[in-house]
Design a protein around this ligand. Structure first.
Ligand SMILES: [Zn+2]
Length: 302
């Protein structure tokens, strides 16, 4: 079996396992399915011969590939096992398209969905490669099962070939990345790495060396409900106030659609409600703590 075969076999197997995280649950991991995948990975790491394999009380998998040379730094590799919340994630049926010829890929579970140069322009750089898609009825979960599959295959390769020189390699698979709670449960003392890399997202060869900080903001507006027939001078409509608030926020700067690179933003993500109550949700992002605080201030001022 080549490394590419090992990688593909693992990726397809992990992708088929539902491990979606869930909002608003108590405890980490937020779903039992994530724990099932973590148990599979724990067993597989033990079978591959990794050391110190441990599934923590928060559903984090930690393991070591022992060093083959003395005195080299300890390097950790991380990936998250959960998948995004916005799409169906059960019964994922990965489809392997070998030797991709550049023509549109019709997803058979929902033939309206077609991957082509318009919907997925990056595909055009991958002619001749193996492409793996879902069947159109679910997400695929390549974010971040691909990271998990790469790290597991690396473990297999490093253990199988002790002639590859490396220091201690630490492995860490985390749950609940998509809801932002899993990584907080990782003990850096236990990970005990000199440097760490997360394998997640983006193109082959891209390395991200800094990340933004983010806050979530919730604004609740309570209006004054009066029967519309007797409302003059008394009714205060929460929907009207919500619209005013959105209008007071920056629209030509500091939004995701008007910024790029290291520029921060205030992103309205959700609005629910009625004339009596409205709840608005925002994501605030910035590469600098001062900037992040300033976005929060702008929201408060509005
Ligand atoms: Zn991810």
């Amino acid at each position: 079996m080549t490394i590419a075969n090992q990688l593909e076999e693992r990726f397809v197997r992990y992708a088929a396992m539902d491990s979606q995280s869930a909002d608003g649950m108590k405890g980490t991991p937020s779903t039992k399915t994530q724990l099932e995948l973590q148990e599979t990975l724990t067993k597989e790491l033990e079978d591959l011969g990794a050391s110190d394999v441990r599934l923590t009380e928060h559903g984090i998998v930690i393991a070591t590939v022992p060093a083959t040379v003395e005195g080299a730094p300890t390097v950790a590799f991380l990936a998250h096992v959960d998948t995004a919340l916005d799409y169906a994630a059960s019964n994922v049926k990965p489809i392997v398209h070998r030797n991709y010829n550049g023509s549109p890929i019709v997803l058979p579970g929902d033939p309206v969905q077609v991957l082509d140069e318009i919907t997925a322009p990056e595909l055009m750089d991958r002619v001749g490669d193996t492409i793996i898609t879902a069947d159109g009825t679910t997400l695929l979960g390549a974010d971040d099962k691909s990271g998990v599959a790469v790290i597991m295959t690396m473990v297999e390769r490093l253990i199988a070939d002790p002639s590859i020189p490396h220091g201690p390699v630490r492995i860490c698979f985390t749950p609940d990345e998509e809801i932002g709670t899993g990584i907080a449960k990782v003990s850096l003392e236990e990970l005990a790495a000199d440097v760490a890399y997360t394998l997640d997202g983006d193109k082959l060869g891209d390395v991200t060396y800094e990340s933004f900080s983010a806050d979530k903001a919730v604004v609740r507006i309570t209006g004054v409900s009066i029967h519309p027939g007797k409302a003059k001078g008394r009714l205060v409509n929460a929907l009207t106030l919500a619209a005013k608030l959105l209008n007071l926020l920056p629209q030509h700067t500091r939004t995701p659609e008007t910024t790029d690179g290291r520029e921060g933003f205030i992103h309205a993500t959700r609005m629910n409600g009625s004339s009596a109550h409205v709840e608005l949700q925002f994501i605030l992002r910035d590469f600098e703590r001062d900037g992040l605080a300033a976005h929060g201030e702008a929201l408060r001022a509005a």
